[in-house]
Design a protein around this ligand. Structure first.
Ligand SMILES: *[C@@H]1O[C@H](CO)[C@@H](O)[C@H](O)[C@H]1NC(C)=O
Ligand SMILES: *[C@@H]1O[C@H](CO)[C@@H](O)[C@H](O)[C@H]1NC(C)=O
Ligand SMILES: *[C@@H]1O[C@H](CO)[C@@H](O)[C@H](O)[C@H]1NC(C)=O
Ligand SMILES: *[C@@H]1O[C@H](CO)[C@@H](O)[C@H](O)[C@H]1NC(C)=O
Ligand SMILES: *[C@@H]1O[C@H](CO)[C@@H](O)[C@H](O)[C@H]1NC(C)=O
Ligand SMILES: *[C@@H]1O[C@H](CO)[C@@H](O)[C@H](O)[C@H]1NC(C)=O
Length: 271
Protein backbone atom coordinates (compact mmCIF):
# COMPACT_ATOMS: atom_id res chain seq x y z
CA UNK A 1 0.00 0.00 0.00
CA UNK A 2 2.90 2.35 0.80
CA UNK A 3 4.05 2.06 -2.81
CA UNK A 4 0.81 3.35 -4.43
CA UNK A 5 0.70 6.14 -1.87
CA UNK A 6 4.23 7.11 -2.92
CA UNK A 7 3.13 7.17 -6.57
CA UNK A 8 0.15 9.36 -5.65
CA UNK A 9 2.47 11.78 -3.82
CA UNK A 10 4.83 11.90 -6.81
CA UNK A 11 1.92 12.58 -9.18
CA UNK A 12 0.68 15.42 -6.95
CA UNK A 13 4.17 16.89 -6.82
CA UNK A 14 4.51 16.78 -10.62
CA UNK A 15 1.12 18.49 -11.05
CA UNK A 16 2.08 21.35 -8.76
CA UNK A 17 5.61 21.73 -10.14
CA UNK A 18 6.02 25.06 -11.87
CA UNK A 19 6.23 24.82 -15.69
CA UNK A 20 9.76 24.84 -17.09
CA UNK A 21 11.03 28.39 -16.88
CA UNK A 22 11.13 30.10 -20.29
CA UNK A 23 14.54 30.73 -21.74
CA UNK A 24 15.64 34.33 -22.41
CA UNK A 25 17.79 33.20 -25.35
CA UNK A 26 14.83 31.54 -27.10
CA UNK A 27 12.73 34.67 -26.48
CA UNK A 28 15.37 36.89 -28.06
CA UNK A 29 15.82 34.45 -30.98
CA UNK A 30 12.09 34.22 -31.81
CA UNK A 31 11.44 37.96 -31.33
CA UNK A 32 14.28 39.02 -33.62
CA UNK A 33 13.57 36.31 -36.21
CA UNK A 34 9.93 37.38 -36.42
CA UNK A 35 11.01 41.04 -36.73
CA UNK A 36 13.41 40.26 -39.59
CA UNK A 37 10.78 38.41 -41.64
CA UNK A 38 7.64 39.58 -43.41
CA UNK A 39 4.62 37.31 -43.44
CA UNK A 40 2.33 38.62 -46.20
CA UNK A 41 -0.02 35.60 -46.05
CA UNK A 42 -0.40 35.79 -42.26
CA UNK A 43 0.74 32.24 -41.60
CA UNK A 44 2.44 33.28 -38.35
CA UNK A 45 -0.64 34.68 -36.60
CA UNK A 46 0.30 33.04 -33.29
CA UNK A 47 3.89 34.30 -33.38
CA UNK A 48 3.09 36.93 -30.73
CA UNK A 49 5.03 38.56 -27.89
CA UNK A 50 3.42 36.47 -25.09
CA UNK A 51 4.26 33.25 -26.95
CA UNK A 52 7.87 34.40 -27.51
CA UNK A 53 8.17 34.82 -23.74
CA UNK A 54 6.76 31.34 -23.20
CA UNK A 55 7.09 29.37 -26.46
CA UNK A 56 6.98 25.84 -25.05
CA UNK A 57 4.69 23.68 -22.98
CA UNK A 58 6.49 20.36 -22.84
CA UNK A 59 7.09 19.11 -26.36
CA UNK A 60 4.43 21.38 -27.78
CA UNK A 61 4.90 24.93 -28.89
CA UNK A 62 2.41 27.76 -29.11
CA UNK A 63 4.13 28.87 -32.30
CA UNK A 64 3.27 27.52 -35.74
CA UNK A 65 6.29 25.64 -37.12
CA UNK A 66 8.14 25.32 -33.81
CA UNK A 67 8.81 22.12 -31.86
CA UNK A 68 10.11 21.98 -28.30
CA UNK A 69 12.25 19.64 -26.24
CA UNK A 70 12.77 20.13 -22.50
CA UNK A 71 11.18 23.55 -22.70
CA UNK A 72 13.55 24.75 -25.42
CA UNK A 73 12.93 25.36 -29.13
CA UNK A 74 14.62 22.52 -30.97
CA UNK A 75 13.04 22.58 -34.44
CA UNK A 76 11.90 25.45 -36.62
CA UNK A 77 10.06 24.30 -39.72
CA UNK A 78 8.65 27.15 -41.79
CA UNK A 79 8.68 25.98 -45.43
CA UNK A 80 6.33 27.13 -48.24
CA UNK A 81 4.94 30.20 -46.43
CA UNK A 82 5.94 32.96 -48.91
CA UNK A 83 7.98 34.61 -46.13
CA UNK A 84 10.04 37.66 -47.13
CA UNK A 85 12.73 39.66 -45.40
CA UNK A 86 15.91 38.14 -44.04
CA UNK A 87 17.21 35.61 -41.50
CA UNK A 88 18.11 37.42 -38.27
CA UNK A 89 21.61 36.70 -36.89
CA UNK A 90 19.85 36.44 -33.50
CA UNK A 91 18.60 33.01 -34.63
CA UNK A 92 21.83 31.86 -33.01
CA UNK A 93 20.19 32.54 -29.63
CA UNK A 94 17.98 29.45 -30.15
CA UNK A 95 20.97 27.50 -28.85
CA UNK A 96 19.18 24.12 -28.68
CA UNK A 97 18.09 24.25 -32.31
CA UNK A 98 18.64 20.94 -34.14
CA UNK A 99 16.70 21.57 -37.34
CA UNK A 100 16.15 24.79 -39.26
CA UNK A 101 13.96 24.55 -42.36
CA UNK A 102 12.91 27.89 -43.91
CA UNK A 103 12.95 26.48 -47.44
CA UNK A 104 10.83 27.62 -50.38
CA UNK A 105 10.12 31.17 -49.25
CA UNK A 106 11.32 34.53 -50.65
CA UNK A 107 14.01 35.37 -48.10
CA UNK A 108 16.81 37.70 -49.16
CA UNK A 109 20.14 38.76 -47.66
CA UNK A 110 23.02 36.58 -46.49
CA UNK A 111 23.16 33.31 -44.55
CA UNK A 112 24.10 34.65 -41.11
CA UNK A 113 27.61 33.83 -40.01
CA UNK A 114 26.14 33.48 -36.49
CA UNK A 115 24.65 30.07 -37.42
CA UNK A 116 28.03 28.75 -36.26
CA UNK A 117 26.86 29.16 -32.63
CA UNK A 118 24.08 26.58 -33.18
CA UNK A 119 26.33 23.74 -32.09
CA UNK A 120 23.48 21.19 -32.06
CA UNK A 121 22.30 21.96 -35.59
CA UNK A 122 21.88 18.79 -37.67
CA UNK A 123 19.57 19.95 -40.48
CA UNK A 124 19.88 23.23 -42.37
CA UNK A 125 17.45 23.65 -45.25
CA UNK A 126 17.41 27.16 -46.74
CA UNK A 127 16.71 25.99 -50.30
CA UNK A 128 14.51 27.88 -52.79
CA UNK A 129 14.88 31.41 -51.45
CA UNK A 130 16.75 34.47 -52.76
CA UNK A 131 19.64 34.32 -50.34
CA UNK A 132 22.81 36.00 -51.59
CA UNK A 133 26.50 36.47 -50.73
CA UNK A 134 28.92 33.74 -49.72
CA UNK A 135 28.34 30.44 -47.91
CA UNK A 136 29.87 31.07 -44.45
CA UNK A 137 32.91 28.78 -43.92
CA UNK A 138 32.13 29.00 -40.18
CA UNK A 139 29.23 26.54 -40.73
CA UNK A 140 31.91 23.94 -40.16
CA UNK A 141 31.63 24.79 -36.42
CA UNK A 142 28.22 23.03 -36.43
CA UNK A 143 29.84 19.61 -36.07
CA UNK A 144 26.57 17.62 -36.11
CA UNK A 145 25.37 18.92 -39.49
CA UNK A 146 23.83 16.09 -41.54
CA UNK A 147 22.02 18.17 -44.11
CA UNK A 148 23.08 21.37 -45.85
CA UNK A 149 20.49 22.12 -48.52
CA UNK A 150 21.03 25.54 -50.13
CA UNK A 151 19.85 24.82 -53.67
CA UNK A 152 17.98 27.47 -55.72
CA UNK A 153 19.29 30.69 -54.21
CA UNK A 154 21.65 33.39 -55.55
CA UNK A 155 24.68 32.49 -53.43
CA UNK A 156 28.01 33.61 -54.85
CA UNK A 157 31.71 33.13 -54.18
CA UNK A 158 33.47 29.80 -53.80
CA UNK A 159 32.38 26.69 -51.88
CA UNK A 160 34.28 26.67 -48.54
CA UNK A 161 36.51 23.54 -48.54
CA UNK A 162 36.19 23.45 -44.70
CA UNK A 163 32.63 22.09 -45.06
CA UNK A 164 34.13 18.83 -46.32
CA UNK A 165 35.43 18.16 -42.80
CA UNK A 166 31.85 17.78 -41.49
CA UNK A 167 32.02 14.02 -40.84
CA UNK A 168 28.24 13.51 -40.57
CA UNK A 169 27.31 15.40 -43.70
CA UNK A 170 25.14 13.12 -45.84
CA UNK A 171 23.18 15.67 -47.91
CA UNK A 172 24.92 18.63 -49.50
CA UNK A 173 23.10 20.53 -52.24
CA UNK A 174 24.23 23.90 -53.61
CA UNK A 175 22.82 23.44 -57.12
CA UNK A 176 21.32 26.43 -58.98
CA UNK A 177 23.18 29.31 -57.38
CA UNK A 178 25.83 31.75 -58.65
CA UNK A 179 28.82 29.96 -57.15
CA UNK A 180 32.20 30.01 -58.87
CA UNK A 181 35.64 28.48 -58.67
CA UNK A 182 36.79 24.91 -58.14
CA UNK A 183 34.66 22.32 -56.31
CA UNK A 184 36.73 21.40 -53.22
CA UNK A 185 37.92 17.79 -53.37
CA UNK A 186 36.78 17.53 -49.72
CA UNK A 187 33.21 17.67 -51.07
CA UNK A 188 33.43 16.62 -54.74
CA UNK A 189 35.79 13.69 -54.28
CA UNK A 190 35.36 12.51 -50.67
CA UNK A 191 37.55 9.68 -49.55
CA UNK A 192 37.06 6.81 -47.10
CA UNK A 193 33.57 5.97 -45.86
CA UNK A 194 32.25 9.54 -46.08
CA UNK A 195 29.03 9.89 -48.10
CA UNK A 196 29.78 11.12 -51.60
CA UNK A 197 28.04 13.90 -53.47
CA UNK A 198 27.46 13.60 -57.21
CA UNK A 199 27.09 16.24 -59.93
CA UNK A 200 23.43 16.92 -59.03
CA UNK A 201 24.69 18.67 -55.84
CA UNK A 202 26.64 21.21 -57.89
CA UNK A 203 24.78 21.70 -61.21
CA UNK A 204 23.39 25.07 -62.29
CA UNK A 205 26.31 27.24 -61.15
CA UNK A 206 27.74 28.86 -64.26
CA UNK A 207 31.34 29.27 -63.07
CA UNK A 208 31.74 26.21 -60.84
CA UNK A 209 34.13 23.58 -62.16
CA UNK A 210 36.09 20.45 -61.32
CA UNK A 211 35.06 16.91 -60.42
CA UNK A 212 32.21 15.78 -60.44
CA UNK A 213 31.47 18.56 -62.96
CA UNK A 214 33.64 19.27 -65.99
CA UNK A 215 36.97 21.10 -66.09
CA UNK A 216 37.15 24.91 -66.10
CA UNK A 217 35.58 26.42 -69.21
CA UNK A 218 38.56 28.19 -70.74
CA UNK A 219 37.64 31.86 -70.93
CA UNK A 220 40.92 32.53 -72.79
CA UNK A 221 39.60 30.72 -75.86
CA UNK A 222 36.48 32.82 -76.15
CA UNK A 223 38.52 36.03 -75.80
CA UNK A 224 40.84 34.84 -78.59
CA UNK A 225 37.78 33.98 -80.67
CA UNK A 226 36.25 37.43 -80.13
CA UNK A 227 39.55 39.18 -81.02
CA UNK A 228 39.92 36.89 -84.04
CA UNK A 229 36.43 37.64 -85.30
CA UNK A 230 37.03 41.36 -84.74
CA UNK A 231 40.36 41.36 -86.56
CA UNK A 232 39.01 39.14 -89.36
CA UNK A 233 35.96 41.30 -90.06
CA UNK A 234 38.13 44.45 -89.84
CA UNK A 235 40.54 43.03 -92.38
CA UNK A 236 37.69 41.90 -94.65
CA UNK A 237 36.06 45.34 -94.68
CA UNK A 238 39.47 46.91 -95.32
CA UNK A 239 40.04 44.64 -98.32
CA UNK A 240 36.50 45.26 -99.58
CA UNK A 241 36.71 49.05 -99.33
CA UNK A 242 40.17 48.98 -100.91
CA UNK A 243 38.78 46.97 -103.82
CA UNK A 244 35.83 49.35 -104.20
CA UNK A 245 38.16 52.34 -104.22
CA UNK A 246 40.42 50.66 -106.77
CA UNK A 247 37.54 49.79 -109.05
CA UNK A 248 36.13 53.31 -108.72
CA UNK A 249 39.54 54.83 -109.49
CA UNK A 250 39.91 52.58 -112.54
CA UNK A 251 36.48 53.47 -113.81
CA UNK A 252 36.92 57.19 -113.31
CA UNK A 253 40.43 56.99 -114.86
CA UNK A 254 38.99 55.29 -117.93
CA UNK A 255 36.17 57.80 -118.00
CA UNK A 256 38.60 60.69 -117.77
CA UNK A 257 40.76 59.16 -120.47
CA UNK A 258 37.71 58.76 -122.67
CA UNK A 259 36.57 62.31 -122.00
CA UNK A 260 40.06 63.59 -122.64
CA UNK A 261 40.12 61.73 -125.96
CA UNK A 262 36.73 63.21 -126.83
CA UNK A 263 37.93 66.75 -125.97
CA UNK A 264 41.06 66.27 -128.03
CA UNK A 265 39.09 65.01 -131.00
CA UNK A 266 36.76 67.98 -130.58
CA UNK A 267 39.70 70.38 -130.62
CA UNK A 268 41.23 68.74 -133.62
CA UNK A 269 40.59 70.70 -136.74
CA UNK A 270 38.83 68.76 -139.43
CA UNK A 271 40.73 68.33 -142.56
C1 LIG B 1 21.65 36.89 -28.67
O1 LIG B 1 22.61 36.91 -29.72
C2 LIG B 1 23.33 38.11 -29.76
C3 LIG B 1 24.17 38.08 -31.02
O2 LIG B 1 24.70 36.81 -31.30
C4 LIG B 1 24.14 38.25 -28.48
O3 LIG B 1 24.87 39.45 -28.51
C5 LIG B 1 23.21 38.26 -27.28
O4 LIG B 1 23.94 38.25 -26.10
C6 LIG B 1 22.28 37.07 -27.29
N1 LIG B 1 21.24 37.24 -26.31
C7 LIG B 1 20.88 36.28 -25.48
C8 LIG B 1 19.78 36.61 -24.53
O5 LIG B 1 21.37 35.16 -25.52
C1 LIG C 1 -0.77 28.39 -34.48
O1 LIG C 1 -1.22 28.59 -35.82
C2 LIG C 1 -1.21 27.41 -36.61
C3 LIG C 1 -1.65 27.80 -38.02
O2 LIG C 1 -1.17 29.05 -38.40
C4 LIG C 1 -2.10 26.34 -36.04
O3 LIG C 1 -1.99 25.17 -36.81
C5 LIG C 1 -1.70 26.06 -34.61
O4 LIG C 1 -2.63 25.16 -34.05
C6 LIG C 1 -1.67 27.32 -33.79
N1 LIG C 1 -1.14 26.98 -32.47
C7 LIG C 1 -1.71 27.40 -31.35
C8 LIG C 1 -1.12 26.92 -30.07
O5 LIG C 1 -2.66 28.13 -31.37
C1 LIG D 1 6.82 26.04 -52.64
O1 LIG D 1 5.78 26.80 -52.10
C2 LIG D 1 4.70 27.01 -52.99
C3 LIG D 1 3.68 27.87 -52.26
O2 LIG D 1 4.29 29.03 -51.75
C4 LIG D 1 4.07 25.68 -53.40
O3 LIG D 1 3.09 25.89 -54.36
C5 LIG D 1 5.17 24.79 -54.00
O4 LIG D 1 4.64 23.51 -54.27
C6 LIG D 1 6.31 24.65 -53.01
N1 LIG D 1 7.39 23.88 -53.61
C7 LIG D 1 7.95 22.83 -53.01
C8 LIG D 1 9.09 22.17 -53.72
O5 LIG D 1 7.57 22.42 -51.93
C1 LIG E 1 14.57 21.09 -48.35
O1 LIG E 1 13.34 21.73 -48.61
C2 LIG E 1 12.84 21.51 -49.93
C3 LIG E 1 11.62 22.40 -50.13
O2 LIG E 1 10.82 22.48 -49.01
C4 LIG E 1 12.55 20.04 -50.08
O3 LIG E 1 12.03 19.78 -51.35
C5 LIG E 1 13.84 19.26 -49.85
O4 LIG E 1 13.59 17.86 -49.92
C6 LIG E 1 14.44 19.58 -48.51
N1 LIG E 1 15.78 18.99 -48.43
C7 LIG E 1 16.06 17.95 -47.67
C8 LIG E 1 17.44 17.44 -47.74
O5 LIG E 1 15.24 17.43 -46.95
C1 LIG F 1 39.80 11.57 -56.25
O1 LIG F 1 40.58 11.16 -55.14
C2 LIG F 1 41.42 10.04 -55.39
C3 LIG F 1 42.08 9.63 -54.10
O2 LIG F 1 42.58 10.74 -53.40
C4 LIG F 1 42.42 10.40 -56.48
O3 LIG F 1 43.22 9.30 -56.77
C5 LIG F 1 41.67 10.81 -57.74
O4 LIG F 1 42.55 11.26 -58.72
C6 LIG F 1 40.68 11.94 -57.43
N1 LIG F 1 39.85 12.18 -58.61
C7 LIG F 1 39.69 13.40 -59.14
C8 LIG F 1 38.85 13.46 -60.35
O5 LIG F 1 40.21 14.40 -58.65
C1 LIG G 1 23.07 11.68 -57.07
O1 LIG G 1 22.78 11.66 -55.68
C2 LIG G 1 21.40 11.79 -55.38
C3 LIG G 1 21.23 11.88 -53.87
O2 LIG G 1 22.42 11.79 -53.18
C4 LIG G 1 20.63 10.61 -55.98
O3 LIG G 1 19.25 10.79 -55.73
C5 LIG G 1 20.87 10.56 -57.47
O4 LIG G 1 20.26 9.41 -58.02
C6 LIG G 1 22.36 10.55 -57.77
N1 LIG G 1 22.54 10.66 -59.22
C7 LIG G 1 23.40 9.91 -59.90
C8 LIG G 1 23.49 10.19 -61.36
O5 LIG G 1 24.08 9.05 -59.35
Amino acid sequence: MGFSRLILVLMLISVFLPPSTPDPSDESCLTKLFESMEDPNHNLMNWTKPSFENPCSGFLSNLAGATCNNGRIYKLSLPNLALRGSISPFISNCTNLQALDISNNSLTGPIPNELQYLVNLAVLNLSSNRLSDAIPPSLTMCAYLNVIDLHDNTLSGTIPPQLGSLARLSVFDVSNNKLSGPIPASLGNRTGNLPRFNASSFLGNKDLYGYPLGPMKSKGLSVVAIVGIGLGSGLLSLVLSFTVVCVWLRVSEKKMAAEQEGKISQLMPEY
